[in-house]
Design a protein around this ligand. Structure first.
Ligand code: NZQ
Ligand code: ZN
Length: 386
């Protein structure tokens, strides 16, 4: 096991009426000017907006709204939010939404506290922000686990990069399963697949021998798979929904990563696919994972074979490690179809003449992946996904 320090700054309020029960006490710790941030308006249809605005008003806050945060948030939107936060002297940001709103606000919280351009600071000067506007997240769409970590995935349209900016943590996260019941089923499934992907990408990292984190990870993956199936059978299954929300958080709250370096090669490729096509993140992963994993054999066979038996329950009797690894990858591909996720870019309406070479050439090659990919091979992967 690698050396580690474990400490976690995000306080989680999980369960029914978590906002009603806990938000007022959290707001008592903040200054008067609150930025209420949200996306395209789903929270106005499902009543969450009214409920939260009521709590904010009762707490005597002056509320400034920052809305229209799009899926795959752009750097321009971050700058818009930071400008607003500076102008209105914002003391606290309440981000209400899924990974996109939650990520966008992380970088707003840092950019609003500095004059320097945060992209240049992190990618040119290789420095990190040190001051942030305090924040709380109310999760209305789960999957990314963005509420739990200090990474924010932002699309820089000028640079054609979808990349992580780092270091802003939420002070608290409110996870009420009831708030997610209005999510379209398609988004529930693609979000849950994203959580499965985070678990797999962590599991596949270094070191490759099993440690406690990996055994917890195997349980997390089994849980996600089972609860995706339960949710498809009954989209109103609150127990399954609750499990999926916590599994999404578990995959990104650091516990599965303890003592490990992660893989995340599939994510790096999907993020650049997103930069060029603005595609849905979980769907992009669903198409890429089986194809990328076929390319990772035989280097990743040992871990794939373990996933076959420990996560997917494949009988190992009479099978070699290579056969088990192949059975895992093909079972994963079948699962993608079973749960109605796309298996090709065509199914995602990504045109066949997309500049896949530019996507491959701009993808970060990760150190934790069992296979050391070249950009040429990543291009092959992308072309096979068409
Ligand atoms: O914008 P509104 O109208 O709210 O609609 C949203 C959006 O269209 C809708 N939605 C959210 N809550 C809802 C709801 N609709 C009905 N009822 C509700 N309760 O759902 C749609 C998708 O939301 P979005 O936030 O875009 O999805 P997701 O949570 O999957 O976030 C995706 C973003 O997170 C990044 C992705 O790359 C992508 O940009 N990621 C962030 C990560 C992180 N910070 O750790 C890790 C991930 O790997 C990922 O890269
Ligand atoms: Zn993801």
């Amino acid at each position: 096991m690698n050396s580690f320090t474990y400490s976690y700054p995000v306080k989680v309020y999980f369960g029914e009426k978590a906002a009603e029960k806990n938000l007022t006490a959290e707001l008592a710790k903040t200054g008067p000017n609150v930025l209420l941030a949200y996306g395209g308006g789903s929270i106005k249809k499902n009543g969450i907006y009214e409920e939260l605005l009521g709590i904010l008003k009762d707490a005597g806050k002056t509320v400034t709204e920052f809305n229209g945060i799009m899926s795959n948030p752009t750097y321009a939107k971050v700058q818009e939010g930071a400008k607003l936060a500076k102008e209105k002297h914002i003391d606290f940001i309440l981000a209400v939404g899924g990974g996109s709103v939650i990520d966008c606000c992380k970088i707003v919280s840092a950019q609003a506290k500095m004059d320097a351009d945060i992209w240049e600071l992190e990618y040119t000067d290789h420095q990190q922000p040190t001051e942030f506007i305090p924040m709380g997240a109310v999760v209305t769409a789960f999957g990314t686990g963005a509420e739990m970590n200090n990474g924010a995935v932002i699309t820089n349209e000028d640079k054609m990069l979808k990349s992580a900016l780092w270091d802003a943590f939420y002070d608290f996260a409110i996870l009420d399963p009831a708030y997610t019941m209005s999510m379209p089923l398609k988004q529930v499934i693609s979000g849950a697949f994203d959580s499965l992907s985070h678990s797999m990408e962590t599991y596949m990292g270094l070191p490759r021998e099993v440690n406690l984190s990996d055994e917890i990870n195997e349980a997390t993956q089994r849980n996600i798979i089972r609860n995706i199936r339960s949710t498809i059978q009954n989209p109103n299954d609150m127990q399954a929904r609750s499990e999926l929300i916590w599994a999404a958080a578990m995959a990104e709250n650091g516990i599965l990563k303890i003592g490990k370096a992660t893989d995340f090669q599939c994510h790096m490729l999907e993020h650049q696919l997103g930069a060029y096509t603005d595609c849905n993140h979980g769907q992009g992963l669903a198409v890429l994972h089986p194809v990328l994993y076929r390319h990772m054999m035989p280097e990743a066979n040992r871990q794939f074979a373990r996933l076959a038996t420990e996560v997917w329950g494949i009988d190992k009797a009479g099978k070699t490690e290579a056969e088990l690894a192949e059975a895992f990858v093909e079972t994963l591909a079948e699962f993608v179809k079973e749960i109605g996720l796309p298996s090709s870019f065509k199914e995602m309406n990504i045109p066949g003449d997309t500049d896949f070479k530019a996507i491959a050439d701009s993808t970060i090659l990760t150190g934790g992946c069992a296979k050391k990919f070249t950009r040429e091979e990543l291009l092959e992967v992308l072309l096979e996904c068409r």
